[in-house]
Design a binder for this molecule. Structure first.
Ligand SMILES: O=P(O)(O)OC[C@H]1O[C@H](O)[C@H](O)[C@@H](O)[C@@H]1O
Length: 274
């Protein structure tokens, strides 16, 4: 079923509220950024920082920021690219999702390519599906990296574990990009963790005390796992004291091998939570 939608705002930022099968989601046009996802059981699943900034040109701390066309500082653009800094257009709903679009224009001139990004957000009683599609609308090939930088709300990060990564190799961004293999059954969050896992095939399970969330990725080759830990969090201006303990970022990304798109080609990656 297509979600119903109504325009609203959140702290002055224009948003769309989506509803379907008793679930609701709130999406800011700024970045096409999901700010809230409440399945039919009524429990919020996304973290949104109390001090999140809702000003043009800045990134919103929490929800599901769209990272495009550059992940992190792996290029000459601003960290995590421009997609999370710009207003997207709401294009309407299909049979099962709401569609948002960002196209090249004066605000994307620092990356001189003709492109269209489409973000689709599908909502069911206990499931959220987010997909990013990128199209090359120009005459020359381009490459990009991207991610759905999902901030999952947790009760207490010290009690959280992430299962499904055993045996996977990862780049440890918190330790100079060194390479490691995950030997433990689950990832625990004790202090700063900033890893890029590749070739993840199994569905992941975030265990948060008595709650479990299944996480599935399709099209994205990497999974980024991030929490700043207390020490680094104290230096992040838009995180309130103690808030690092309220989220775990489990991001669907295409980072280690950039996507190369020929003119007219499309790429698609998705993340499903539920
Ligand atoms: O503070 P931001 O620009 O939103 O980035 C937040 C985090 O995003 C990703 O998870 C990266 O792996 C981290 O290195 C980075 O610190």
């Amino acid at each position: 079923m297509p979600p119903t939608h109504e325009s609203t705002d959140h702290r002055g930022t224009p948003c769309l509220r989506l509803r379907n099968e008793g679930a609701t989601a709130l999406v800011a046009l700024h970045g096409a950024q999901l700010l809230s996802w409440i399945p039919a059981d009524g429990r919020e699943r996304l973290f949104l920082g109390e001090r999140a900034q809702f000003t043009p040109g800045s990134a919103i701390r929490g929800g599901v920021p769209v990272v495009f066309p550059q992940f992190g500082e792996r290029g000459n653009l601003r960290k995590h690219g421009f997609a999370r800094l710009l207003d997207w257009t709401f294009e309407g709903v299909t049979d099962d999702a709401a569609i948002f679009e960002l196209r090249d224009g004066p605000d994307t001139a620092q990356w001189p390519h003709a492109f269209a990004c489409r973000l689709s957000i599908g909502l069911a009683a206990a499931r959220l599906a987010v997909a990013l599609e990128v199209e090359n609308r120009g005459a020359v090939p381009f490459d990009f990296t991207a991610a759905l930088h999902t901030y999952l709300r947790v009760d207490d990060i010290a009690q959280v574990s992430l299962e499904g990564l055993q045996g996977c190799d990862y780049e440890d961004s918190a330790n100079g990009g060194t390479l490691h293999r995950q030997h433990e059954h689950a990832v625990a969050f004790d202090g700063e963790i900033d890893r890029i896992y590749n070739d993840v095939v199994a569905p992941l399970i975030l265990v948060d005390g008595g709650h479990r969330l299944d996480i599935k990725h399709d099209g994205f080759g990497d999974t980024i796992v991030w929490n700043p830990g207390a020490h680094l969090a104290a230096r992040i201006g838009d995180l309130a004291p103690g808030e690092h303990a309220r989220f775990a970022c489990v991001e669907a990304g295409q980072v280690l091998a950039p996507v190369l798109l020929a003119p007219g080609e499309r790429w698609r990656g998705s993340q499903a939570l539920g």
